[in-house]
Design a protein. Sequence first.
Length: 156
Amino acid sequence: MAIERAKEYLKKYGLDDKIMEFDVSSATVEKAAIAIGCKEAEIAKSLSFIVDEKPILIVTSGNSKVDNSKFKAEFHTKAKMIPFDDVEQMIGHAAGGVCPFGVNDAVVIYLDISLKSFETVYPACGSSNSAIKLTPDQLEQITVYEKWVDVCKNAQ
């Protein structure tokens, strides 16, 4: 179960007891914001792409959309999302619960600068009904990420 992988990962940082589990779905940005009681922009959504035939995650603010030209400038290829049915096998978490905690070894993680404008953000924790409250600095400290990127359109 992917939430167990996320819990085990977060345990290394003393954060496993901070995971929130809901009686309702938090599988989309809208549903997560309702379950948590926060703004949609504060959800740290993890988007799954294929770059050079390898899986990557880009963690962005909930109201951000990937800007294709910025993506291409950063990764030198067109943005190609991982097909829904392949996400769990390639990333280690199913769509709706994808997060940067406890992913498969081959996954490269990027953090988008859209997250930096928030005091707190809420990434999922491996299931479609979980999240954790973190500051962007905490997210940076506990995520094994490649680098910060700027691949999103300016959110309104």
